[in-house]
Write a protein that binds this ligand. Structure first.
Ligand code: SF4
Length: 363
């Protein structure tokens, strides 16, 4: 569920988020309507993960989040769910979040250095984060910290600070993203690509040394704490995305909602889904998506799953086409450790239409 509101805007922001809060109430009414629409369509389905992201969900009054969760609970069948909410380090109402049934937090720290945080107009300081993390720890055992590598003012020293903070708190989960900006943005000129690659390598290696398992290209966890919700995306399982610019995958149908808040509100209020994109995938398209998502995981994908989507698929031929980068391991297809570092290019080459047509016999 996407909450597209933030009290201020970070200079690198590439997401759909609004600093004008005047439509929060009507937006939440629409989220609740969209939940109702999906429950009518799908029936009282079992749900085992809920993710409330943004934007900054912790910037809106908690009562809205409470109503949203109650609505999900009423219309679906929640089974021992992992319920995550993203928070900003300025947040402090942890007991209230816990009382709503939320059991996992994701805190957007981004960097453990105030100069870096200031350079990208983040509202919080490292001190704010420490206060929030320590406050959260009294109520939550399962906490993720988000970091971004490649921000302006980043250096070896600031990467070391990130690592020292992880070593001190030992959060159960750490996400490490490389800054990517797809739109015109003034900070693009301040990004040092070479150093970003070096900093990323240092961070990743040190996290592994600290006992974190890199179970996905950008995600690390202590044993037993992989993010169940995000695993659904990477397994290309079914999920429903609610809200502006949210996407979903339901029984081989793929959709993305409109990214304009007013348009979203208008469409939902008129009783229709707010799709901007809607497509029924063929088996071949499902195969491409499954490979693209699942190969991001260190566990890769079960050959059986691929064969189900494409019975004639020749997995060995695919491995031969990417020597040293794709491997076969206990009935699974995986990207090798060295392949992980070039995953973006590698994944696009693997799911290239011609490549896949060659290994599936044109199915
Ligand atoms: S908190 Fe996230 S969504 Fe909000 S402005 Fe910053 S980068 Fe954008």
């Amino acid at each position: 569920m996407h909450i597209p509101f933030c009290k201020s805007r970070c200079s690198y922001c590439d997401f759909v988020s609004y600093t004008d809060f005047s439509h929060v109430e009507s937006y939440f009414n629409c989220l609740n309507k969209e939940i109702e629409m999906w429950s009518k369509l799908l029936g009282k389905q079992k749900i085992d993960t809920v993710y409330i992201g943004g934007g900054t969900p912790s910037d809106v009054p908690i009562e809205y989040i409470s109503k949203l969760l109650k609505n999900v609970e009423k219309r679906f069948h929640l089974v021992d769910p992992e319920i995550t909410v993203e928070i900003n380090p300025n947040f402090s109402r942890f007991a209230d979040l816990k009382n709503l049934g939320i059991n996992r937090l994701s805190i957007g720290l981004q960097a453990a250095d105030d100069t870096v945080l200031k350079a990208v107009s983040r509202r919080h300081s490292v001190y704010d984060f420490r206060k929030a993390y320590e406050g959260a720890s009294a109520y939550f055992d399962n906490v993720n910290i988000d970091f971004i590598i490649g921000l302006p003012q980043e250096s070896r020293q600031t990467i070391t600070r990130n690592l020292e903070l992880v070593e001190q708190y030992r959060p159960k989960h750490v996400s490490v993203y490389i800054l990517e900006i797809h739109t015109e943005n003034a900070i693009v000129s301040q990004i040092d690509q070479d150093n970003t690659a070096i900093h990323h390598e240092i961070f990743v290696n040190e996290l592994e040394r600290l006992g974190y398992e890199r179970y996905e290209i950008s995600n690390f966890s202590l044993p037993g704490y992989r993010c169940k919700h995000n695993l659904k995306y990477w397994h290309n399982d079914d999920y429903v995305g609610i809200g502006v610019s949210a996407g979903g995958h339901v029984k081989s149908k793929r959709y993305v909602n409109v990214s304009n808040l007013h348009r979203y509100i208008e469409m939902i209020n008129s009783g229709e889904f707010a799709f901007e994109y809607f497509h029924e995938n063929s088996s071949f398209e499902e195969l491409r998506e499954t490979l693209f998502m699942s190969l991001r995981l260190c566990d890769g994908v079960e050959i059986r799953r691929l064969k189900k989507l494409s019975p004639k698929m020749n997995v060995y031929r695919l491995i031969e086409m990417f020597p040293g980068q794709l491997i076969f391991d206990r009935n699974r297809l995986k990207i090798s450790k060295s392949g992980m570092d070039f995953s973006c290019t590698l994944l696009s080459e693997i799911i290239d239409k011609d490549t896949l047509l060659r290994v599936t016999g044109g199915e």
